[in-house]
Design a protein around this ligand. Structure first.
Ligand code: SF4
Ligand code: SF4
Length: 131
């Protein structure tokens, strides 16, 4: 059980729709603030249902907190792979450290890894072993 909290991070709040409030995908929520979710105690159930890897796993380094690195990692719907959401304002986040190290580690465990950045979708597979 993690003791982590989202704190000032609200980066995933722009990625997903919140049906309860009508907030569409890809737009910031009106409750986002510099100190975090402004209605954290009473936030909608769909917000409560989402947890990124950094939040769930205390072994994820602090520099991979999503608002710091620009990358949100979560399980896909089937829980058999992962989706990496990149902050559209930081499209190179996965190409540079610590994002590039994170991608390499994910590809060591998951095949494929799905990547979303704004309207762009990509599927990345681990490099094949040669020989
Ligand atoms: S990206 Fe993770 S840490 Fe940030 S607000 Fe979403 S669930 Fe919380
Ligand atoms: S209500 Fe809070 S947790 Fe939900 S999208 Fe808005 S800021 Fe994020």
């Amino acid at each position: 059980m993690t003791t982590r909290v989202c704190g000032p991070c609200t980066i995933c709040c722009q990625f997903f729709a919140v049906p309860e409030t009508g907030k569409p995908t890809g737009e910031w929520c009106v409750h986002c603030s510099a100190s975090g979710c402004g209605v954290h105690e009473t936030r909608p159930q769909s917000c409560r249902n989402f947890a990124c890897f950094w939040l769930m796993d205390e072994t994820f380094p602090e520099d991979l907190r999503p608002d710091r690195c620009g990358i949100v990692v979560s399980f896909n719907e089937n829980h058999d792979s992962v989706v990496v959401h990149i902050d559209p304002e930081r499209p190179d986040a996965l190409a540079e450290s610590p994002g590039s190290d994170l991608l390499e580690a994910l590809l060591g465990t998951f095949d494929p890894v799905f990547v979303v950045c704004g309207q762009d979708r990509m599927m990345i597979r681990p490099p094949r072993a040669v020989g």
